[in-house]
Structures are given as structure tokens and as C-alpha cells.
Design a protein around this ligand. Structure first.
Ligand code: DGJ
Length: 705
């Protein structure tokens, strides 16, 4: 084995090269970018910076433990007694390189510390048809004393920069998820994460890194990561002197450390690493392709236009009211009717009922089965909301199984939204949830399930399981959650699953791989939603983005926008309707019917085409462009955001939205107006929009001749 060993992984358009450092036993990044970037001296060789620091601290290390990397951020912190016997304890690991394997499955690099009793294998894999490198780490306790993994990141990426790092992340809170935010990190550390047992509303487990010295346009080389973990997590970026940004990411154990017993192996969550030479928008398309890959065969399942009754009726659910809504929904062209919260016993409001998943006979006097059949007789598929991890203190379930909820002995438990959280790490709780799904899905012809989760774990303990510091409750909950989702897919493959956690609280790749759509936010107010979707589409694919047209003014932001605006916006992903159609005029219903019919014609382009984000919600005009990869159509959803007070920003002059990725020499026909544009015109000047107070959004379908 020589010290200049290098390994290259190839994706569709990129390569990722790792080498064994000549200065010590660690793997470091040699080159990552467009294919061929590996042919030349590494741009990441910072080894000459050695004053008052060790080479390992400045190395673009792929993964290094505390001990070996003493001063700058380590990826792994392992407490052990090792050779010190039970009287001693240290947190350092010093390993040696013990072998590499590269084959069709990817690359594996192994490092061993015989004194600590730890074997660490760095895994790399490519994903066919994408520009994604997947990374994860396997940690094995090879000694005869246990290890305490205090930090167990999945991996780190290194990005050379000259002007500090421009970090783009998606942040917010409930009802403002996925807000696109940027930070210029010249020096220091930036951390985001979640301790809420889900990805969380505050930050998405996703980060994009660019050299801040380069313009923020479609030409900046852009690196990104996303962590596949529906539990606690962190992503930490450290900008160092000399032009290095290193980003570490991983799960965060609730108990502070995970105990690894002799012979046990722990596999970290996968970290997806993406590169695009075309800025954030290009990176978005890398993520979209990856999420299509995650959807597998189910990508081709038509996402039906749904009607969801939550905003219309809240907890006031009964057969007559729901059927009235279903009838109106069917008339405007909806294909699916979803009854949200409030259909089960004890659920007059949010103080009760959770856990007792039986339809309330008082609300469905002729039986729930008959109600479902009545909905289906309207030509609609039927869907149901559930919150399977939740339990109300006054439920029968809680009375029977008080030990199924998280709690810390001798400490008060807290209610959030008046409810407790089941410990889904327990197999008996998982079996209960699976049994509940099996019962509901076999008893009734349900084809759509919305899985919600409305409270994070607070007092997280499992008293019967012994000392809390020896548990790994966050990971166990994740395992249970994924087991149930996997069961749903395997046992009820015809059921379309929507992921939701009080809006967009649980959106990450493990969930996206096991659901068909996700609910990005409870906020459907047009201008707020525009910002939510703009951020969401930077990280996630349109076929996963559930979006509803609701009433105006609605529950949130009252700034008025036309029916067209609300429809075109919801058509940017998977269209649904959540308005109280009972109060809509015939004219409004006819308008809705036209939009839905239009959507059905173009949804395949939206869900399968190449998406480009045009402008930002802060611009007077912005939009999303979807271009068929193997067909002639380009769909543009355009929004006039500069007409806030009823007048266009520049009176008398049409706004323009420049398109991208078209053939300059081709001719594109606008089906509606009969206007023909050259590709060059659309790329150079853009599509014109004459916004007015009433005309604030437009859907344009262009067909290439
Ligand atoms: C939160 C979800 O995000 C909403 O869409 C709705 O399902 C409510 N929960 C119901 O309680």
C-alpha cells in the first residue's frame, strides 16, 4: 500500500476522488467536480499550513476522530477505557489505515484502532442516473470493552473557497418552513439541526455551499449535502483561514452518546452529496433527479388531484357535510377525497381521541363503510388522515397502555397540542400501529393515507428499559417509523402515502423514499406559499410537493391574490384543493374546474420535466419552468409579485421572465395566444407578462416545433 493511493467515483457528470494522505493515516478529498477535475494537482492540498497546528487539523479530511484531529472539528468522538482498563477513560482515537475495496457497490476504506477496539469503515456509493455520492460510516466495536459514541457523524465534505463560504439553507418555523436563507461565512462555525425527533420546521437537513467570491447565479460551482435521517441531526460548517470550508453532518443521539457493545456495528445515516456547476438552480435539479430515483417505480403513479376537508370543516366532521364537500369537489374535477383530522371517536377538538382509530358512529350514522362508498360513488378515490404516533391522555389506548408513551420516571410529562407521543421504538407499539393500518386499509377501500405527527418528544425516556444513558431512543423511534412505512409500501402498495408533521416537520430522504408526496407547510396563503415552495423546490422534487388551493383570505397571510395565482401556485407540484367549496360561487367553481382540467393536461411535465427556478419571490416576477426531457413541451408557472397594491411595478411595460435550457434555434408556440417565440428570444428577453391587479399569475404552455 503506497501513500499516494487514490480512488475515483464517477457519477453522470461528476467525479469524486479520495486519496490516502501522504501525511498520516486518513482519507482526504483530492478533487470533486465535473468529470476530469481529478486530473491535476489537488486544489485542496492545504498541508503546508502547519504552524501551531497538526497536518490532520488542516487536511480536507473525509473523516477523522478526535485524538487524531486534536484542534479542529472531529467527525467522531469515542469515549472508551480501552487499554486503560476500567479505571481510565479517554476520548481519543488514533487509527491506522487497514485497507480499501472498490467494486460495483462503491468504495470502502477501513481504519482500525486496536487499542480503543474500533474499526471504522467509510462507505461511498454512486446512484445511477444522478450526480449524487452517498456516504455513510460503519463503526464496529472490536475490543472487549464497550465504546461510547459521543459524536458519530456520517461524513464531512470539503470545499475550497477564496472569499469565505456562501451557505444557503432552508429555515423557518411552523407555517414558514423552507425559507431560502443565505449567510456569508468568512470565519467561524455555523450549526443547524433538530432535537425534536424529526427533521423539524426550523431547518431542513440540507445545505448548499459556494465560494462567496463567485456571483450567486447559475454559473457558480455549487456543492450540497442532505442527511437521510428522520430524527435528531446536525449540520455544521466550519470556515477556516486559508480558504477551506468543511461541513460535517450526522445524527445526534438524544442521550448524548450511543453505547456500542463488543461485537456490535453501528451504521450511520446516509449523507447524500451533490455537485452542480450551474449554481443553486442546477443543484436543485440534481436533488430532483435523486428524489425521482428514491421514488422508484412509484414515480410513475399518477398523483391524483385531491380535495382535503381540513380547512373547510376542521374537527366538525360528519357524513353529510363531508359528502356535500365531496360532491362539490367531484364537480370541479378532483379525483380523490381525503377526510382529515376529526373522523374518529372522541375527536371533537384537539384534546381527545388520538389512539382510538375507530370512526365515530355518531358522525357517520349509516356507518363509515357506507360513507366511503358514497364518496367513491361520486367517482372519487378515498383517503384518510391518521397520526399514528400520537395518543390523547383521555383515550382508551392510553388507559390500556400508559407505559407506551415516552416519559421520565418521577418527572412530570408535558402535553404538546394536548397530546402525548407513543414510543415507536417499542416493537409492541410498532405492531399496534401496523395492526391499526392493516385494519383500516382492509376494512375500507382507502387509497390515500396522510400520516401526520404534531408533537415532538419532550420527556423522552423508557423507564422499563433501564438507565437512560444506555438507550438510543431517537434511533429506535426512527427504526420503528421506517419499519411501519416499509410495511405500508409492501402490504398495501396501492395506497398513496402523504408525509406530514404539523406541516413540513418531517421532510428528509428516508421519509421521501417511503412516501409519495409530502406536505411542506400548513400555510397555503398565496404569497407565503410562494416563498415556502421556492425554498422547497431548491431541495426537493415537484412530484413530492403537495399543495392546496384554499380560501382567500384564508387562515394565514391575508394579502389577496387571484384564483389564478392560487391555482398556478398549487400546480407547481401536486395539486390539491382545501377550500370550503360550499361557499364558492358557480363562477369560482367553473374557474376551478378549468384550472384542474388544465393541470391534468400538464402534470406529467411538472412531475417529470426538468424544473428551473426563475427569479425569486422578492422579484417583481418569478416562476418555475418545467421542460420535458423527451417531449416538446415547456410549462411556465409565472407569478407577478410586484403588483402588491393592485398596480404593476413598472406601469405600461410588460414584465419579462427569461427562460433557460431551451434551444435558441428552435421555435416555441404558445398554445393559448398563438404567439411564436424563438428560443433565442425566450432565453435573451424572456416571456412577457402584462400584470394587473386581477392578472397576477399565468400558466404558459410552449410547444417546440
Ligand atoms: C397538521 C397538519 O399539517 C394539517 O394539515 C392537519 O392535518 C392538522 N394537523 C390536523 O390536525
Amino acid at each position: 500500500m503506497t501513500s499516494c493511493e487514490r480512488w475515483t467515483l464517477r457519477t453522470e457528470h461528476t467525479s469524486y476522488t479520495v486519496r490516502l494522505s501522504p501525511l498520516g493515516p486518513w482519507a482526504e478529498l483530492d478533487a470533486w467536480g465535473p468529470v476530469g477535475v481529478e486530473n491535476g494537482p489537488s486544489a485542496l492540498d492545504w498541508s503546508r499550513r502547519t504552524h501551531f497546528i497538526t497536518p490532520a487539523d488542516v487536511a480536507p479530511a473525509e473523516y477523522l476522530p478526535q485524538g487524531q484531529r486534536p484542534f479542529t472539528g472531529a467527525d467522531l468522538v469515542v469515549g472508551h477505557s480501552g487499554h486503560l482498563g476500567h479505571s481510565g477513560y479517554e476520548r481519543g482515537v488514533w487509527w491506522r489505515f487497514s485497507g480499501a475495496q472498490q467494486d460495483a457497490d462503491g468504495l470502502r476504506l477501513t481504519f482500525t484502532d486496536d487499542i480503543a477496539g474500533l474499526r471504522t469503515t467509510l462507505h461511498y456509493a454512486t446512484v445511477p442516473g444522478t450526480d449524487i455520492i452517498l456516504r455513510w460510516t460503519e463503526l464496529t466495536c472490536t475490543g472487549d470493552t464497550e465504546l461510547r459514541l459521543e459524536r458519530l457523524d456520517s461524513g464531512a465534505i470539503n470545499v475550497p473557497v477564496t472569499g469565505g463560504a456562501r451557505l444557503t439553507y432552508l429555515t423557518g418555523q411552523w407555517s414558514q418552513e423552507f425559507t431560502h436563507t443565505q449567510l456569508h461565512l468568512k470565519r467561524g462555525t455555523f450549526t443547524m439541526g433538530s432535537a425534536q425527533g424529526v427533521a423539524g420546521h426550523a431547518y431542513a437537513p440540507w445545505l448548499a455551499v459556494q465560494d462567496a467570491a463567485l456571483p450567486d447565479d447559475g454559473t457558480a460551482p455549487t456543492y450540497g449535502i442532505a442527511l437521510e435521517w428522520p430524527g435528531n441531526w446536525h449540520i455544521t460548517a466550519e470556515a477556516e483561514p486559508g480558504g477551506a470550508v468543511r461541513v460535517r453532518a450526522g445524527r445526534v443521539p438524544h442521550e448524548g452518546a450511543v453505547v456500542l457493545r463488543p461485537g456490535e456495528t453501528l451504521t450511520t445515516p446516509r449523507l447524500a452529496c451533490a455537485f452542480s456547476p450551474e449554481g443553486l438552480d442546477g443543484l436543485a435539479r440534481v436533488w430532483h433527479r435523486y428524489e425521482r430515483h428514491l421514488s422508484g417505480e412509484r414515480l410513475h403513479r399518477i398523483r391524483k388531484v385531491l380535495y382535503n376537508s381540513w380547512e373547510a370543516t376542521g374537527f366538525d366532521v360528519d357524513a353529510a357535510g363531508q359528502l356535500e364537500l365531496a360532491k362539490a369537489a367531484a364537480e370541479i374535477g378532483a379525483e380523490l377525497f381525503v377526510v382529515d383530522d376529526g373522523w374518529f371517536t372522541g375527536r371533537a377538538d384537539d384534546t381527545g381521541g388520538l389512539g382510538d382509530w375507530y370512526p365515530d358512529p355518531a358522525q357517520f350514522p349509516q356507518g363509515f363503510g357506507r360513507f366511503v362508498e358514497d364518496v367513491r360513488a361520486l367517482g372519487l378515490g378515498f383517503g384518510l388522515w391518521v397520526e399514528p404516533e400520537a395518543v390523547s391522555p383521555d383515550s382508551r389506548l392510553y388507559a390500556q397502555h400508559p407505559d407506551w408513551v415516552y416519559r421520565v420516571e418521577n418527572r412530570p410529562g408535558r402535553l404538546v397540542r394536548n397530546q402525548l407521543l407513543l414510543d415507536l421504538g417499542r416493537t409492541d407499539v410498532q405492531d399496534f400501529v401496523i395492526g391499526t393500518f392493516d385494519r383500516l386499509l382492509t376494512e375500507y377501500p382507502i387509497e390515500y393515507l396522510k400520516w401526520d405527527m404534531n408533537r415532538p418528544p419532550t420527556e423522552r425516556g423508557r423507564p422499563v428499559a433501564g438507565p437512560a444513558d444506555r438507550l438510543d431512543l431517537d434511533a429506535e423511534h426512527v427504526t420503528g417509523y421506517l419499519r411501519v412505512l416499509d410495511h405500508l409500501r409492501a402490504a398495501h402498495p396501492h395506497v398513496t402515502v402523504e408525509g406530514c408533521a404539523g406541516g413540513g416537520g418531517r421532510v428528509e430522504h428516508a421519509t421521501l423514499a417511503r412516501t409519495d408526496v409530502v406536505w411542506p407547510s400548513d400555510n397555503t396563503a398565496p404569497l407565503d406559499r410562494l416563498a415556502v415552495q421556492y425554498g422547497f423546490l431548491h431541495a426537493h422534487a415537484p412530484h413530492m410537493m403537495s399543495s392546496w388551493v384554499t380560501d382567500a383570505p384564508g387562515v394565514f397571510d391575508p394579502r389577496p391574490r387571484s384564483l389564478a395565482f392560487r391555482f398556478v401556485l398549487a400546480m407547481c407540484g401536486v395539486l390539491g384543493v382545501g377550500a370550503d367549496l360550499r361557499s364558492w360561487t358557480q363562477e369560482q367553481r367553473a374557474g376551478a374546474a378549468r384550472w384542474i382540467a388544465r393541470y391534468k393536461e400538464i402534470r406529467d411535465v411538472v412531475h417529470h420535466g426538468e424544473a428551473r427556478l426563475l427569479g425569486t419571490p422578492e422579484d417583481p416576477v418569478c416562476g418555475v419552468q418545467y421542460t420535458e426531457a423527451d417531449g416538446p413541451r415547456t410549462v411556465v408557472a409565472a407569478f407577478g409579485t410586484g403588483v402588491l397594491d393592485g398596480a404593476p411595478l413598472v406601469p405600461g411595460r410588460p414584465a419579462r421572465l427569461r427562460l433557460r435550457g431551451l434551444d435558441p434555434a428552435a421555435v416555441y408556440d404558445d398554445e393559448d395566444t398563438g404567439t411564436a417565440y424563438s428560443g433565442a428570444h425566450l432565453l435573451h428577453y424572456g416571456l412577457p407578462f402584462a400584470w394587473t391587479a386581477d392578472h397576477d399569475a399565468q400558466l404558459v404552455v410552449l410547444t417546440r416545433r
